[in-house]
Design a protein around this ligand. Sequence first.
Ligand SMILES: Cc1cc2nc3c(=O)[nH]c(=O)nc-3n(C[C@H](O)[C@H](O)[C@H](O)COP(=O)(O)OP(=O)(O)OC[C@H]3O[C@@H](n4cnc5c(N)ncnc54)[C@H](O)[C@@H]3O)c2cc1C
Length: 473
Amino acid sequence: MTDAIAMERLEAALGQGGWSRDAERIAPKLVEWRDRWRGATPFLALPATPGQVAEVIRICAEAGLAVTPQGGNTGLVGGQIPQGEILLSTERLRAIRDIDIADDVLVAEAGVTLTQAQEAALKVGRRFPLDLASAGSATLGGLISTNAGGTAVLRYGTMRGLVLGLEAVLPDGRIWNGLRRLRKDNTGYDLKQLLIGAEGTLGVITAAALKLYPVLASRAVAMAGVASPAVAVDLLRLAKETAGETVEAFELICALGMEMAVAKRPGARAPLDSRPPWYVLIEVASPRADQAGTALEEVLAAALDRGLTDDAVIAASESQAQALWALREGQSEAQKGEGPVWKHDVSLPISRVADFIAEAGSALGARFPGVRIDAFGHVGDGNIHYDVLGPPGGDPARHAEARGEAARMVHDLVNSLGGSISAEHGLGIMKTEEARRYKSPVEIAALEAVRSALDPKGIMNPRVLFSVSPPRA
Ligand SMILES: Cc1cc2nc3c(=O)[nH]c(=O)nc-3n(C[C@H](O)[C@H](O)[C@H](O)COP(=O)(O)OP(=O)(O)OC[C@H]3O[C@@H](n4cnc5c(N)ncnc54)[C@H](O)[C@@H]3O)c2cc1C
């Protein structure tokens, strides 16, 4: 089948409104939100049902046409931007199919955004706990395909732990209905776990059954100053020992990141007068109305007692809590205008976080004098966003050119400390090649065998993850 005939078949299968070849209609889907990657596609497929997704994949498989799935286009590693492949958007897969409070489950289609899922859960007195700054646009399909993390992983885990079942179209066009609602299902290999984090390489997720939790009746948020990342890790341990599983989030921010966020956010104020070198944002939350505030006060009292902090503030209202969170969530935004940034989304055993920050800082400072380190992130999960800005007044082009060399230094160090070069954003087109350096040949061979068994023609997102055949676009 020629590509032209395949596309005519796609048009017929999708019907009016179900596809586009209009450059203007397609354009926003070909640009990554920071404009880091731009793509191209001959055809935008907009299926409205799982049956139509299956039809698209079946036609593409027969014609040997490659497909890139896309949800909200908020991914940070470029995996959703096609480079000549058919672009399959889930924007019309928007149904919330069921919410059941006996099973504590929400079943929704892949194109539903995180905010829509959270709001639907709240309407029945439940909570879907995954949260991140892109919630308004990121879709369930994308969040599952990147195994997203965010700010509440400490307590609830990543997407991997929040998905009970999946419905997906496999690379040959067959629909797999695995929308189970079971907390326990020990019947061999777990196909849904293969699809979670697969970045669109093993099929298209069309719907998911997600775990719901009780609504939190109390929450308390504090910002504390600490002397170093090592002290932040000590404070994390103390918080977990004192407040147990009510510790909802534990985030680290460095002084540079805090200064930039305060300076660039209209109306923002420095949270602590003492201007410490490092900050931790702690959130404690509980289904019991009287619990969170007391638990957080106990944590901070114990921390003061042990000399882990000498300056901390507890938000006295919801708006103050939001203002503290805005400083954390505005970290990436605050880098705008500072020139190119070397970004690294890495994770480490929590015990090695402080070593990593210290060693990476000295190595990069020696090799690239004057660079400014902006380290922040989900230290409760060992996940640091280790961002590096150029020297003040330096040449942005020179800084941009050295990105690859710096990434290699950071990733080698992470690897030597037992960490991962992608904590929560995935590999995409940004890190796929890099990841080959750090996975063993045994692991890569096993992963490629899985991929080739499910997608022997290599049509699903072929430039991403460990491929079995040369990409065909
Ligand atoms: C401001 C901001 C903050 C962020 N913070 C976090 C954070 O704290 N933690 C975190 O983990 N991420 C974070 N992200 C990253 C991003 O939001 C996630 O990667 C998100 O999970 C992607 O969802 P999406 O719908 O936009 O997917 P897309 O970007 O459209 O796609 C991402 C990947 O999933 C694949 N895909 C999409 N839909 C499907 C589907 N239905 N079936 C199969 N494959 C599919 C794509 O091919 C691509 O490889 C942030 C992003 C932004 C912009």
